[in-house]
Write a protein that binds this ligand. Structure first.
Ligand SMILES: O=C(NCCCCc1cc2ccncc2s1)c1cc(-c2ccc(F)cc2)cc(O)c1O
Ligand SMILES: [Mg+2]
Length: 214
């Protein structure tokens, strides 16, 4: 009876999930999207690649662009060391409301903070708002045409350091051609492509991991 898809996803989680168990939250959302209705979470296949990159990077600070229902915030947050922080930006207040409840259900509301607003408005405010100087990892999963301008904005705002890992979703589907061209040709980045499939389908998609060289 939830009016929106995120609300139906949250109701399914509250009914079928185990409160305080982040692994179960990830699996329960994947089951909803695989059996009830598709939703634009990074999903289980690409999610395994996200897990590997997070575990290799062991980031103390993570910035996510595009929260949606909080699936990837929970997926990454569940792997962070105690004391680490994940900040996630969402411009749709209804999505942000659902995400906050999903993150709290998973028991990660101490490590994960949802900020409501657009990236162009919030990114320049982050240093002031949070006592974070630079981020160890960025997960890009918002408007595909915003990946490139927002990456340049992150550089200009001094939020990246030598070694910051940028991980971008959907570089094949829906696709982010200008972003890919930039990170693959710029001397400021070392990029690696991880082919995969679009969440809950067998359509080709992939993630791009780009290390900022400063
Ligand atoms: O658009 C997608 N995701 C972004 C939603 C945009 C939300 C925003 C958040 C925010 C925060 C701050 N500032 C500005 C913004 S704008 C998206 C779409 C598909 C897809 C793939 C095939 C399809 F047939 C149909 C959809 C798959 C995915 O994994 C996605 O991530
Ligand atoms: Mg995505």
């Amino acid at each position: 009876t939830g009016r929106t898809r995120p609300e139906r996803l949250l109701q399914y989680l509250q009914k079928n999930g185990t409160r305080g168990d982040a692994n179960n939250v990830v699996d329960t959302i994947d089951r909803f999207c695989g059996t009830v209705e598709w939703a634009m979470n990074v999903g289980g296949e690409k999610g395994k690649i996200v897990d590997k990159v997070v575990l290799e990077t062991n980031p103390g600070t993570v910035l996510e662009l595009g929260t949606y229902c909080g699936y990837s915030a929970v997926r990454m947050g569940r792997l962070l060391a105690p004391g680490s922080r994940l900040i996630t930006l969402e411009m749709n207040p209804a999505y942000a409301k659902v995400a906050k409840e999903v993150i709290a259900f998973a028991g990660l509301d101490k490590q994960v903070e949802v900020l409501v607003g657009s990236t162009t408005e919030l990114i320049p405010q982050l240093k002031k708002k949070l006592d974070i100087d630079t981020f160890d990892m960025i997960f890009l999963d918002h408007w595909k045409q915003s990946y490139l301008p927002d990456t340049k904005l992150l550089e200009e705002c001094g939020l990246l350091r030598k070694g910051t890992v940028l991980l971008a979703d959907n570089v094949i589907c829906p696709g982010t051609p200008d972003y890919l061209q930039y990170v693959r040709s710029s001397p400021k980045y070392l990029s690696q492509h991880f082919p995969s499939v679009l969440e809950y389908t067998n359509a080709p998609d992939g993630l791009e991991k780009s290390v900022y060289l400063g």
